[in-house]
Design a protein around this ligand. Structure first.
Ligand SMILES: CC(C)(COP(=O)(O)OP(=O)(O)OC[C@H]1O[C@@H](n2cnc3c(N)ncnc32)[C@H](O)[C@@H]1OP(=O)(O)O)[C@@H](O)C(=O)NCCC(=O)NCCS
Length: 123
């Protein structure tokens, strides 16, 4: 398989829209020399006023289905261990908890642990 054919330059960024309003963005990232072929990572941010209405789950489900349809084999996502909303979104979208990335992301206080999730096709 060609290196991440769906993602072209290695980055897909889409707006999330609801009732004609821009409410956030969602991305898929596959840096050319960063991940093995067929692997990408997703991320999402919604505006504070539209959170907890089911829109994050819907957007993640739609992007994940699209990426798998396009031939990606391993879609991953990571978030702060304390980010209950994102962890719940990933679990409800069918992602499997793969483990904890210790001290993964920098914060003002030091570094924080991230929870890694992945959804695989045909594994
Ligand atoms: C994380 C985020 C995308 C989730 O989207 P959302 O639209 O708020 O979440 P949903 O309404 O789709 O909720 C999905 C699940 O999470 C739960 N949930 C949502 N907000 C929650 C909260 N603040 N605390 C606990 N659970 C929460 C919902 O109850 C639902 O679970 P359920 O079906 O079992 O009830 C959104 O809150 C966001 O943009 N947050 C800030 C940016 C961020 O953290 N992005 C991820 C970084 S990797």
């Amino acid at each position: 398989m060609e290196q991440n054919p769906t993602l072209g330059g290695g980055f897909l960024q889409l707006v999330v829209e609801s009732d004609g309003r821009l409410i956030g963005d969602i991305q898929a990232r596959a840096p050319k020399h960063g991940f093995p072929p067929g692997v990408c990572e997703i991320g999402i941010t919604l505006a504070p006023e539209v959170r907890s209405r089911g829109l994050g789950l819907e957007a993640v489900e739609l992007l994940t289905a699209y990426l798998l349809e396009q031939g990606l084999a391993w879609v991953r996502a990571s978030t702060a261990v304390e980010n209950v909303a994102m962890r719940r979104v990933l679990e409800r979208a069918g992602y499997t908890f793969e483990g904890v990335l210790r001290g993964y992301a920098p914060t003002k206080a030091g570094r924080e642990d991230y929870a890694m999730y992945a959804l695989t096709r045909g594994y």
